[in-house]
Write a protein that binds this ligand. Structure first.
Ligand code: NIG
Ligand code: FE
Length: 393
């Protein structure tokens, strides 16, 4: 299936996968040159320079796009996971100085090479599950030095690894010790973000808009300033408590509002009328034992929904695309078609890249998956299993 399109698909459009039976794709110098039936013999200029890959009997689809991860971090938090299983809450661990703060300490201590080597291992696993583009956030340094270190690691990995990386500055992940919320926002805007712009280290900015972290008014001030500096916007919105994050994302024309477990009807309506993608992260709800975001209701209301893993060392330590698909279909009631749209063209739109990735269309990057089964329904039916035979970048 091609998932053909150049922008996010809303509501019912999410069910259209644009299937070509017995299809053929021609990729020249990394760019898709032809998509159509294999009964036509497409005339390429130098056939001897092309590799022919026979995918007979196998479904071919666009590469998956994991549009929300925190994959560059130091240390692990396996102890917190067992505390949570015994009833401790995510926010209470963070308020005691653990949670994000614990990873901040470990990431500050980690060397550039340590972060890069762990990041490479994680990218290799993603590629094996069909991921061809991943978004990665900073936010485990808070101070300028470590935030820039995280972003520079991603820049090098992007150049060296087949998985493409879209970097997001998320210094606004937590307020560091010794700062008020307001003073820390001023620090980021003054000291860190001009350097990121100058060195072209991140395309997007994100903020954890949450009760007890960054309030809605301060989030708005930060995001508006980021937008003026040329960053595209993303928001961790309405994850644990409803703070009107969905509405804020729509108002600011953010690329995406992410999490949305507690989004209100008003918030869902605001997203459905906007171009902001509702990015749902079902593995996080699963891992935190929270209720899932209202994926079915959002699509029925006309939203453009994307799915992502949220890979991070705390709330959700998995980069499993098969688990994401299974939870989305079983608990958020997405159809197999909607889940695929949510991981391809809508995820591309959540990164502002629907014109170059996310579907098998002429002119887009040649990022494809050959699955091990004859049709896409196996991706949802073969629960939690990797149905990707080969990822092509
Ligand atoms: O998306 N909620 C904030 N940020 C991450 C978790 C980060 C962490 O716990 O290390 C999230 O869930
Ligand atoms: Fe996140």
């Amino acid at each position: 299936m091609t998932c053909s399109g150049l922008s996010a698909k809303h509501g019912q459009e999410m069910s259209e996968l644009h299937i070509i039976e017995n299809g053929q794709v021609v990729i020249t110098e990394g760019i898709i040159e032809f998509v159509g039936s294999s009964s036509e013999k497409y005339p390429v200029e130098h056939p001897e320079n092309y590799e022919i890959i026979d995918a007979t009997g196998k479904a071919v689809l666009p590469g998956f796009i994991d549009s929300h991860t925190h994959f560059i971090f130091g240390g692990y938090r396996e102890e917190e996971f067992s505390w949570r299983m015994k009833g401790d809450s995510y926010m209470s661990i963070m308020n005691r100085g653990g949670g994000i703060y614990s990873t901040v300490n470990a990431t500050r201590k980690a060397s550039f090479e340590e972060l890069k080597s762990a990041g490479k291992t994680r990218l290799d696993r993603m590629l094996a599950m069909g991921v061809t583009t991943v978004e990665g956030k900073s936010g485990y340094g808070l101070d300028s030095e470590t935030e820039l270190k995280q972003l520079r690691v991603m820049k090098e990995l992007d150049m060296e690894h087949p998985v493409s990386i879209v970097s997001t500055y998320m210094g606004a992940h937590a307020v560091p010790e010794g700062y008020s919320e307001e003073a820390y926002i001023d620090y980021m805007l003054r000291e860190v973000m001009p350097v990121i712009r100058r060195e072209n280290l991140a395309e997007c900015c994100d903020i954890f808009c949450e009760k007890g972290v960054f309030g809605t008014a301060e989030s708005k001030r930060f995001l508006l300033a980021a937008k003026n500096m040329g960053f595209k916007l993303k928001i961790h919105a309405d994850e644990i408590v409803n703070t009107g994050g969905a509405e804020l994302a729509a108002e600011l024309c953010a690329l995406s509002a992410d999490h949305l477990l507690q989004a209100s009807e008003k918030g869902i309506a605001a997203l459905s009328e906007s171009n902001t993608v509702a990015t749902l992260l079902p593995c996080t709800a699963f891992s935190l034992k929270e209720d899932y975001a209202k994926g079915r209701e959002m699509i029925d209301a006309g939203c453009a929904v994307a799915l992502a893993t949220d890979l991070n060392p705390g709330s959700c330590f998995t980069s499993s695309i098969p688990l994401t698909i299974a939870l989305a279909c079983i608990y958020m009631k997405l159809s197999p078609e909607e889940a695929i749209t949510a991981l391809t063209i809508n995820a591309a739109a959540a990164l502002g890249k629907a014109d170059s990735i996310g579907s098998i269309d002429v002119g887009k990057k040649g990022h494809l998956i050959i699955s091990s089964f004859s049709n896409y329904r196996f991706l949802t039916y073969h629960i939690g299993m990797n149905c990707v035979e080969r990822t092509i970048v």
